[in-house]
Design a protein around this ligand. Structure first.
Ligand SMILES: Nc1ncnc2c1ncn2[C@@H]1O[C@H](COP(=O)(O)OP(=O)(O)O)[C@@H](O)[C@H]1O
Ligand SMILES: Cc1ncc(COP(=O)(O)O)c(N)n1
Length: 275
């Protein structure tokens, strides 16, 4: 029973566990660090598999390196053999080799929600991987394992190769056609704010006020990590998508304006979550 909240996780029962697969942000606002903060905020236990490291702050990314697939494999095995997971979030995916390793390992996870946030550029505009070969591997390998893909409009165009498409509904349908169970296009309304969800059958517009605080570093990471945590806790998809947007919107409005001199980080402390 979920007591009418739509959340079936039992507060007295075992904690839900989530795994983020992504890269370190030395500035602490996005990437693995942002994901773990979002997991904590959503009340799930967070584990991480680091596939890359960025030298980054609120002004941008100054250097990157990827972790060898052997070490990524060891991390995945260490987490999955012992801790296990009720939800997986995938962020930066640097190379086709890495993506195919993830496909090989994640295909064995039964009935665990997989959220793919195909990060290609940071909020400050820095490139974070994703060459053509990697995009092909995401399309052919990862999307068919994905429960919800959460690209922004630019990433959705790149993934679908519909470079001129302006309609989020068409992009979302194309992503589902490529194999994802659902697509949630973020920041889908020019001039407004909100996301477009296609759950495989129906379209849902998720709208809200546009925040102008300048604190959006880590917004995409927080959004997809919260979505993963909510799904891991048993929340239905449409409600999880709406709650993730509302929570991130507040995290932008009440962001960490005192941190850094560029796009300040989101701050996930404002507002209440439904448990
Ligand atoms: N200025 C804003 N005001 C309110 N919500 C926003 C704003 N910018 C982004 N969002 C929301 O933050 C979440 C992450 O979206 P987005 O910034 O597009 O991610 P990404 O970093 O992947 O581009 C989405 O729910 C989106 O609607
Ligand atoms: C290591 C890493 N991963 C992801 C992002 C995306 O950040 P945002 O959530 O602002 O789009 C980032 N800037 N750095």
């Amino acid at each position: 029973m979920d007591g009418g909240t739509g959340v079936s996780g039992n507060p007295a029962g075992p904690r839900a566990r989530c795994l983020t697969i992504g890269s370190s942000d030395s500035g602490g606002g996005a990437g693995i660090q942002g994901d773990l903060k979002a997991f904590a905020r959503a009340g799930v236990y967070g584990a991480s598999v680091i596939v890359g490291v960025t030298a980054q702050n609120t002004l941008g990314v100054t250097a990157t390196t990827s972790i060898g697939t052997g070490m990524v494999g060891h991390q995945l095995k260490a987490v999955l053999d012992d801790i296990g997971t009720d939800g997986v979030k995938i962020g930066t995916t640097w190379s086709a080799e890495l993506i195919w390793l993830l496909v090989d390992r994640l295909v064995w996870l039964d009935e665990v929600p997989v959220v793919l946030d195909p990060v290609m550029v940071s909020a400050a505009g820095s490139a974070l991987g994703g060459d053509e070969e990697a995009v092909t591997a995401v399309r052919e390998g990862l999307l068919p394992l994905t429960w919800v893909a959460t690209p922004n409009m630019t990433e959705a165009r790149r993934l679908t190769r519909l470079e001129e498409e302006k309609d989020p509904a068409k992009l979302a349908e194309a992503i589902v056609e490529l194999g994802a169970r659902a697509a949630l296009i973020t920041d889908a309304f020019p001039g407004g704010a909100g996301d477009w969800l296609f759950d495989g059958e129906r379209h849902h517009e998720i709208t809200g006020p546009r925040r102008a605080s300048g604190c959006d570093h880590g917004a995409g990471c927080a959004h997809s990590a919260l979505l993963t945590a909510f799904l891991a806790r048993g929340m239905p998809l449409t409600r999880a998508a709406r709650t993730a947007h509302a929570t991130v919107s507040l995290a932008i409005e009440h962001g960490a304006a005192d941190i850094g001199n560029g796009r300040h980080p989101v701050e996930l402390t404002a507002g209440s979550l439904p448990w």
